[in-house]
Design a protein around this ligand. Structure first.
Ligand code: PMP
Length: 409
C-alpha cells in the first residue's frame, strides 16, 4: 500500500484539516487534547437533529422510538468496541472526567472509609487525581502514589509495598497524555487482583491508538472520551463490571434512573439506566457510533505503522535542535512527543510555532504532580493522529528553528 496516498485520502474525510492559519496550512498536532472529526460523524449528528430528534426511553411515538433505537444501538456499538461482556456494563457519561467522578463518588461512598488507601500513579491527569483527592477529604482515606522513573515509565518494582490490606482501588492511566508512555496495565491489574483490589483504567488517550479489550484486560472500570478518538465532545463511556455497578449507589438522581418515586421511597432502574439520570447526549452518542463505524473501515495495521513512523521521525528531527530535552522516552510509546527547549517558556514556543500554522499544546497538560517530579513547569507537546503527515512534522521542526533564531540561541 502507498501509505502517503492512503493518509492523503483519509485527510479528505476531516474537513477541519483544510483550515488555513495565517495563510499557512494547518498542522494539527494537538490530538491528545482532542482529535478532529470525520464528515460522516458530522452528518450523523445533523441527520439526527434534522430527522429524528426526540427524547429517549420516554415516548411511545415514532420519533422517540427511533431515537431510543439509535441511542441503544450506539451503546451496543460501544460494547463491541471495548469488547464488554454485556451492554448494560456500558454507561454513557459526558467524558472521562465525569466517569472517574462517578466511580470515585459512588464506589467511594459504598466501599471507601477512614484509613483506607487509594493507589494512583505520578503520571495521572488531574481528572484521575482530583476526584480521588475529594473522596479522601470526604472519607478520611489516603492516596498512595506509584512513582515514575526518568524515562517516564512507571516504577513497578515496589508494587507489593504500595498495595496493602487497606488499598480499596487502583486508578491508572493506560497511556500518559503528556509523555505517551503506554503502561503495562494488564500486569498492574493482575497484581492488584491477586489481592482482590479493583482497578480503574483511564483510557482517554488509549482509545485512539490501541485496541481496547476490557475482558482481556480484566479491568474493573475503563473510562474514555469520544472526542479523543475522532468522536464528538460531550459524550464518553464508563465501562464497569456488572458486579460493581449492582453494588454502587446512583451518582445522580433524576429522570430515567428510577423505576418508582414516592416521597417515602425511590426504587432505582435496572442497569445501565440507574447511572444515566436526565436527558442524555443522544446526538453525540449517535455521532460517536458513526465515528466508530468510520474508523472500523480503516486499515489499522497500516495506521499504527504510520503513527510509529511519525513518532520516530519527529524524535529524529527534533534531535537536530540544540538544547532540546525530551520528557518521556519510554520504550513502549504512543505518538506523543514532549520536550523543552533550553529555558524558553513552552507558551512562547507554542505562540511562535502557531504563526507557522502549527498547533501544539504547551504547559503542564493537567499533569502538575508529574511536572513537579521532573522539576519543570511544563513542556511543549506534539501529539499525532491517524491523519498527520511527515510534512507536518517538518513544518513543526522548521518553525522551531525560528524559535531559536528569535531567542538568538
Ligand atoms: N485522562 C487523560 C489521560 C486525559 O488525557 C484527559 C484529557 N486530556 C482526561 C483524563 C480528561 O478527559 P476529558 O476532558 O475528556 O474528560
Amino acid at each position: 500500500m502507498d501509505i502517503i496516498k492512503y493518509i492523503d485520502k483519509i485527510r479528505q474525510d476531516f474537513p477541519a484539516l483544510k483550515t488555513k492559519v495565517f495563510g499557512k496550512p494547518l498542522a494539527y498536532l494537538d490530538n491528545a487534547a482532542t482529535t478532529q472529526k470525520p464528515q460522516l460523524m458530522l452528518d450523523a449528528i445533523e441527520d439526527y437533529y434534522s430527522a429524528i430528534n426526540a427524547n429517549v426511553h420516554r415516548g411511545v411515538h415514532f420519533l422517540s422510538e427511533s431515537a431510543t433505537e439509535a441511542y441503544e444501538g450506539a451503546r451496543q456499538r460501544l460494547q463491541q468496541f471495548i469488547n464488554a461482556k454485556h451492554s448494560n456494563e456500558c454507561i454513557f457519561v459526558r467524558g472521562t472526567t465525569e466517569a472517574i467522578n462517578l466511580v470515585a463518588t459512588s464506589f467511594g461512598q459504598q466501599f471507601v472509609k477512614q484509613g483506607d488507601e487509594i493507589v494512583l500513579t505520578q503520571m495521572e491527569h488531574h481528572s484521575n487525581i482530583v476526584p480521588w483527592k475529594l473522596l479522601c477529604e470526604r472519607s478520611g482515606a489516603e492516596l498512595r502514589i506509584i512513582p515514575v522513573n526518568n524515562n517516564g515509565e512507571l516504577e513497578l518494582s515496589n508494587l507489593d509495598a504500595i498495595f496493602s490490606e487497606r488499598t480499596k482501588i487502583v486508578a491508572v492511566t493506560h497511556i500518559s497524555n503528556s509523555l505517551g508512555t503506554i503502561n503495562p496495565v494488564k500486569e498492574i491489574i493482575s497484581k492488584a487482583h491477586e489481592r482482590n483490589i479493583p482497578v480503574l483504567i483511564d483510557g482517554a488517550q488509549a482509545a485512539a491508538h490501541i485496541k481496547i479489550d476490557v475482558q482481556d484486560l480484566d479491568c474493573d472500570f475503563y473510562v474514555l472520551s469520544a472526542h479523543k478518538c475522532y468522536g464528538p465532545m460531550g459524550v464518553g463511556l464508563l465501562y464497569a463490571k456488572q458486579k460493581w455497578l449492582e453494588q454502587m449507589p446512583p451518582y445522580q438522581g433524576g429522570g430515567d434512573m428510577i423505576l418508582q418515586v414516592t416521597f417515602e421511597k425511590i426504587t432505582y432502574n435496572s442497569l445501565p439506566f440507574k447511572f444515566e439520570a436526565g436527558t442524555p447526549s443522544v446526538a453525540d452518542a449517535i455521532g460517536w457510533h458513526a465515528a466508530l463505524d468510520y474508523l472500523a473501515h480503516l486499515d489499522h495495521k497500516a495506521i499504527a505503522q504510520h503513527e510509529k513512523v511519525l513518532l520516530e521521525y519527529c524524535v529524529q528531527r527534533l534531535q537536530e535542535l540544540p538544547h532540546l530535552k525530551f520528557w518521556g522516552t519510554a520504550k513502549n510509546k504512543a505518538p506523543i512527543v514532549s520536550f523543552t527547549l533550553d529555558d524558553i517558556h513552552p507558551h512562547d514556543i507554542g505562540t511562535i510555532v502557531n504563526e507557522y500554522g502549527v498547533a501544539v499544546r504547551t504547559g503542564h497538560h493537567c499533569n502538575m504532580p508529574l511536572m513537579d517530579s521532573f522539576g519543570i513547569t511544563g513542556t511543549v507537546r506534539a501529539s499525532f493522529g491517524l491523519y498527520n503527515t511527515i510534512q507536518e512534522v517538518d513544518q513543526l521542526c522548521d518553525a522551531l528553528q525560528n524559535v531559536h533564531k528569535i531567542f538568538r540561541r
